[in-house]
Design a protein around this ligand. Structure first.
Ligand code: SAH
Length: 359
C-alpha cells in the first residue's frame, strides 16, 4: 500500500493540468473532467464515492493518486454570526478562514499564506513573519470546506483574499486557485465575485492587470504620504505612493467598476481632516472607492481605534468631495476573526523573512 506522499495530489490541479496528467497516465481524458467535478463542484474527495466512474477505475485511481484536504480542527461562531474556521495543513501548519454571513452577500475570507512577510505595523498576522506560501490546493480547499460546512455548494457567495498573507506575494498559486474556482466544471465563481486585497506590490499589480481572469482589486493604502505609509506599511519604501497610484491607473476596469482603497484608521495617526483631504487629492484621477476600516485593536499593536465621531468626520470629508466611501463594520471581533486578527499561535518563524528582506 502506498502512502499519500508518493501519490500525486489532484486537489490543486487546474482542469487542463488534470487532463494532461490523466492523458499521460493512459486514462481517458473525459474521466479527468468527471473527477474535477466531483472534487470542485460536489466537494467529494473520496474516489470510492465517485459513482459515475467504474469500480475498477475508482480502485485504480486510488492506488495512483490522492486528493488531500486540510483538516478542519476548529470552528468558532461569533455573536454576530461570523464564523472562523481553523485548518491544519499537511505539515501541521495552521491557517484560518472566515465566513461573514451578510456583507450584504455571504462572504468567505480566505488566506493565501501561512503568516505574512509584509509586516504592517497594525496587523497581527504580520507579527508571525512569513512561514510559507499556501498551495493552490490549500487555497481552493478553504472555499470547498467552507461551502460544504455551511451548505453553500449550490449557492452564491463572494470570496475575499483578505485572510492571512499577501496574495500577490504568492502569485502563481493564487491565480491557479482562482482559475480552479472559476471553472465551469467547478464552482464557476465569476471573477467579479472575488476581491483580491494587496498591500501594493506594483509589478504584480501590472501582471494581474493582464490576466484574463482578473478579480476585483483592493489596495491597502492606509496613509497619504510616503513618510507615513513607509512607517506603517514597510513595502511602501520599495513601491512608493506615486508608483502605486500610477499602477492602479493602468489597471483596465470595466465600466462602473472601481478599485477599492482600504484605509485602516489609527487614532491620532492617519485619521485627521488633513489626511482625508490628502486622500481626496491622491485618488483624484483614479476610479476609486474608499473603504475605511477603524482599527481592530489588539494587545501588542501600538495603535488605538479612533472614536466613531472621528471616523464619521473623516468619511464626511471624503463624501463631500464626491468620493464613494464606506466604513467597514468590524465582524467577529469576539472570536478574533476581524481584519488583521488572524494569527495562529506557536508557529512564528523566528528567522522571519519580512518585507525588509524582500526589498
Ligand atoms: N495582505 C493583504 C490582505 C490581508 S489583510 C493586504 O494587505 O491587503 C486585509 C485588510 O485588513 C488589509 O487592508 C489590512 O491592512 C487590514 N488590517 C490588517 N490589520 C488590521 C487591523 N488590526 N485592524 C483593521 N484592519 C486591519
Amino acid at each position: 500500500m502506498s502512502t499519500s506522499s508518493d501519490r500525486p495530489d489532484l486537489a490543486g490541479l487546474e482542469r487542463a493540468e488534470l487532463e494532461a496528467l490523466f492523458r499521460g497516465a493512459g486514462i481517458p481524458v473525459f474521466h479527468a473532467r468527471q473527477v474535477f467535478r466531483w472534487i470542485h463542484r460536489r466537494g467529494v474527495t473520496d474516489f470510492d464515492a465517485m459513482t459515475d466512474l467504474s469500480r475498477d477505475l475508482r480502485a485504480d485511481l486510488s492506488t495512483r493518486f490522492t486528493i488531500e484536504t486540510p483538516k478542519l480542527v476548529g470552528r468558532d461562531v461569533s455573536s454576530d454570526g461570523t464564523e472562523k474556521l481553523l485548518f491544519e495543513l499537511g505539515d501541521r501548519r495552521r491557517i484560518e478562514s472566515v465566513f461573514i454571513p451578510d456583507t450584504p452577500l455571504r462572504t468567505f475570507c480566505i488566506s493565501s499564506q501561512v503568516g505574512c512577510a509584509m509586516d504592517c505595523a497594525f496587523c497581527l498576522t504580520g507579527r508571525m513573519g512569513f512561514v510559507r506560501n499556501l498551495t493552490a490546493a490549500e487555497i481552493v480547499a478553504q472555499v470547498r470546506v467552507l461551502a460544504q460546512q455551511l451548505h453553500l455548494l449550490e449557492d452564491r457567495f463572494n470570496i475575499v483574499l483578505m485572510g492571512m498573507g499577501e496574495p500577490l506575494h504568492n502569485y502563481e498559486a493564487v491565480m491557479s486557485a482562482l482559475r480552479i474556482l472559476n471553472d465551469d466544471h467547478g464552482l464557476a465563481i465569476h471573477p467579479r465575485r472575488v476581491t483580491l486585497s494587496t498591500v501594493g506590490l506594483v509589478p504584480a499589480i501590472d501582471r494581474l492587470a493582464r490576466e484574463p481572469l482578473m478579480p476585483n482589486l483592493a489596495i491597502s493604502l492606509h496613509a497619504t504620504t510616503d513618510a507615513q505609509r513607509g512607517a506603517i506599511v514597510p513595502i511602501n519604501r520599495k513601491y512608493p505612493l506615486e508608483e502605486l497610484v500610477a499602477a492602479c491607473k493602468r489597471v483596465p476596469l470595466k465600466r462602473r467598476n472601481r478599485i477599492t482603497f482600504e484605509y485602516v484608521l489609527l487614532d491620532g495617526v492617519n485619521d485627521t481632516p488633513a489626511d482625508a483631504r490628502r486622500l481626496v487629492t491622491l485618488l483624484a484621477d483614479v476610479k476609486a472607492k474608499v473603504n475605511l476600516i477603524p482599527l481592530n485593536a489588539a494587545p501588542g499593536i501600538p495603535f488605538d481605534r479612533p472614536s466613531d465621531e472621528r471616523v464619521n468626520i473623516f468619511a464626511r470629508i471624503l463624501a463631500e468631495h464626491g468620493m464613494t466611501v464606506s466604513v467597514r463594520k468590524s465582524r467577529g471581533r469576539d472570536i478574533r476573526a476581524a481584519c488583521g486578527q488572524l494569527i495562529v499561535e506557536g508557529q512564528k518563524k523566528s528567522t522571519g523573512q519580512r518585507a525588509a528582506s524582500l526589498m
